[in-house]
Design a protein around this ligand. Structure first.
Ligand code: GDP
Length: 208
């Protein structure tokens, strides 16, 4: 059908957050393309759209990737605005990507996220590299309990649990009435404007 038509019941804005190299773009590509990919280092995408039907509801997911801007810590309020779901990604083989979620990204979410009810899922990626694991599953579970969010370990490479990440998040969002109202209006109306703002070069140069 037409992508501009009202061929869905609800529209959700979902963000991928986490350190550079944890596999955010790979997770997105893996989810969108429905098959195992040759993973190569990605130049980030800005956003991709995926339609899902859950419990008879047609959901339009607009999933935003940081397009590498997290390296320069230049994610701004426009990236976060109106998001109903946030996927917090770390790499199970790189411990600092796990600790940075608490030290950096959680604070940024609290600062910029406009939706109090926003649903989060903590995702430990690259479980296919089990011999190099540096963060245990138990630690992931404990952090998710601390954040009060969902938890999954997955692999963008093998696609293990990749669909579940997005589907469980979408299901949770669809169960929160306040997020449903937000979704059908603001996400659609603001998406072009947000894209323009997001792609504008940062003012005054790079990071602190
Ligand atoms: P981003 O910077 O967070 O978007 O990370 P990328 O998606 O660009 O991935 C960084 C690197 O990790 C790339 O070389 C990917 O091929 C690799 N990668 C991503 N996900 C996985 C995974 O699940 N398993 C393995 N083995 N490599 C992965």
């Amino acid at each position: 059908g037409s992508s501009s038509g009202n061929n869905y019941d609800y529209s959700f804005k979902i963000l991928l957050i986490g350190d550079s190299g944890v596999g955010k773009s790979s997770l997105l590509v893996s989810f969108i393309s429905n098959h195992v990919n040759d993973l190569s280092p990605t130049i980030g995408v800005d956003f991709k759209i995926k339609m899902l039907t859950i419990d008879g509801k047609r959901l339009k997911l607009t999933i935003w990737d940081t397009a590498g801007q997290e390296k320069f810590r230049t994610l701004t309020s426009s990236y976060y605005r109106g998001a109903q779901g946030i996927i917090l990604v770390y790499d199970v083989t790189r411990r600092e990507t796990f600790t940075n979620l608490s030290d950096v990204w959680k604070k940024e979410i609290e600062l910029y996220s406009t939706n109090q009810d926003c649903i989060k899922v903590l995702v430990g990626n690259k479980v296919d590299k089990d011999s190099e694991r540096a963060v245990s599953r138990a630690e992931g579970i404990a952090l998710a309990e601390d954040y009060g969010c969902l938890f999954l370990e997955c692999s963008a490479k093998t696609r293990e649990n990749v669909e579940q990440c997005f589907k469980e998040l979408a299901l949770k969002i669809s169960e929160v009435p306040s997020l449903l109202e937000e979704g059908s209006t603001s996400a659609k109306r603001n998406i072009l404007k947000q894209k323009q703002e997001y792609q504008a070069p940062p003012k005054g140069g790079c990071c602190s």
